[in-house]
Design a protein around this ligand. Sequence first.
Ligand SMILES: [Mg+2]
Length: 263
Amino acid sequence: MPLITEVLRPEDLAPVLRTCRAVVFDNDGVLVDTADLQEAAWRRAFDACLREHGDDEPFGHDDYRRHVDGRERHDGAAAFLRARGVDLPDGTPDDEPGTDSVWAVAAAKDRAFTERLREQGASSWTGSVRLVGALQRAGVALAVVSSSRHAREVLESAGLLGCFAHVVDGQEAARLDLAGKPEPDLFAEAARRLAVPPRHAVMVEDAEAGIEAGVRAGFGLVIGVDRRDEPESRARMRRAGAHLVVADLSDLLLAAHDEGTAT
Ligand SMILES: [Mg+2]
């Protein structure tokens, strides 16, 4: 975990969080900064596939945001390939990394991601670590939901795994046959494990598919994280159902408001 010496008290939480009993966090993009690792891994897998199908336009950042961010990897691969008109057989989850089935492309992305994570490691946002610390001191039950099968490895790499009572990740989704986001299953399972009804819990997401999942699971407060902090992206999160949109999780701490606002 990044070295943070301040000790935040429960009263440092923004009022909107003071009565909550549980918070469920998405991982990638909310707690841990894996976007560059994820996008680079997708690019390597998709560009190899696109070249084989005579498409010279590489996978771009908009494609990442629109088709694969926040989605389980098979669903993300299928969505992007469909958008480009690349018609591949679905294959099976046991397919080797490659370019001739949707599952093979998903496996190629998975291999590229694992290689990069082990080479480079993952880092967390300071604001996220501060908020998690304040919530822990307030006795709020905490869990992580992620579509990724590597969520535990990523959290461990960032030094955050020990902060959470439960991690409902891609491996758990496969084991329990839970549908991926935007279906509500992962968030509903996290609330169940924390023994808190979703209406009394908060969830935090940075992808529209995840926000929709939290709304459908019935969370009392759905918080979107828009690190671009742009009116258009904020509006998209609102339309997806976010009750509140912040640019960084330190916005949910009063200390941050005091530092950043001259009143
Ligand atoms: Mg995310």
